[in-house]
Unconditional design. Structure first.
Lengths: 233, 36
């Protein structure tokens, strides 16, 4: 029997539109940062890496990982495979964003700190989170039984979420080179209005791109799962 | 005067753009294959 894939294809179309808008938005943010945002006096042009690095990190830590963990928790509670599917998709997109954080960070660090990498608490824990996400996907690829796969991978993704507050607080807990938060802190953001505007635009655009990629990837997985179920029947 | 380090900005934007664009294209290709 051929499954009705109409709703899944509708999700794919929506995801496609949002992803393309997100990618175009990233281009707009780059132009906004380079052309319409002032140059920081001490760091020079390299400081503008901030407008890509920080939104990537914000989406990884405050959107993608919490949603992955929430979906994993709901899967463990309700045993609904849709939550497991969403968690897997969100974790995949989180790994992409985390990779962008881990590559743009060292490129920014080299001219400012004089080194590509330092075993600072925040950098080390972010690298650990990336490895954990790789382990999550490796485990999923190795397990065939969907229930077992969902259960084991949910535990790993919840461990990843537990890392998030440590990554955020690492700059307070251990002395290192990474600067302290300028937005996610109890007091008001310590940025000039023009820089804050570009940063907030960046965060909005990266959230849109995350939503688009997750929607598109979820639709693709939905079609694959339906085809696999039809083949098995 | 700010330091002259624009090459790092270009490198970071190219690397980030490549990562996001590559992933987006891989998703679009997968979606097109499924449609066929």
């Amino acid at each position: 029997m051929t499954p009705d894939l109409g709703p899944a294809h509708a999700i794919i179309r929506r995801g496609l539109v949002l992803t393309i808008l997100g990618i175009l938005g990233v281009g707009v943010v780059m132009v906004l940062a380079v052309q319409f945002t002032p140059v920081e006096a001490r760091q020079g042009l390299a400081q503008k890496i901030f407008y890509i690095h920080v939104p990537s990190a914000t989406v990884t830590l405050w959107i993608a990982m919490p949603l992955t963990g929430l979906a994993s928790g709901l899967y463990l509670w309700l045993h609904d495979l849709r939550f497991d599917r969403f968690a897997a998709v969100s974790a995949e997109v989180a790994a992409v964003f985390c990779l962008a954080v881990l590559t743009t960070g060292p490129i920014w660090a080299k001219p400012i700190w004089g080194t590509w990498w330092t075993w600072d608490g925040r950098l080390t824990l972010t690298l650990f989170l990336f490895f954990l996400l790789l382990g999550y996907h490796t485990l999923r690829a190795a397990l065939r039984d969907p229930v077992e796969r969902g259960r084991f991978s949910a535990v790993i993704s919840i461990m990843g979420v537990v890392l998030v507050p440590f990554i955020h607080l690492s700059v307070y807990l251990w002395r290192g080179l990474h600067p302290q938060p300028i937005i996610m802190k109890p007091s008001a953001p310590s940025l000039p209005p023009e820089m804050l505007r570009t940063l907030l635009t960046g965060i909005g655009v990266f959230i849109l791109m995350y939503v688009g990629m997750v929607t598109l990837r979820y639709g693709i997985q939905l079609v694959r799962d339906a085809q696999e179920a039809a083949d098995a029947a | 005067m700010p330091p002259d380090n624009g090459q790092y900005l270009v490198a970071a934007y190219v690397v980030a753009g490549t990562i996001y664009l590559s992933y987006a294209i891989s998703l679009i290709v997968q979606a097109r294959r499924l449609k066929k």
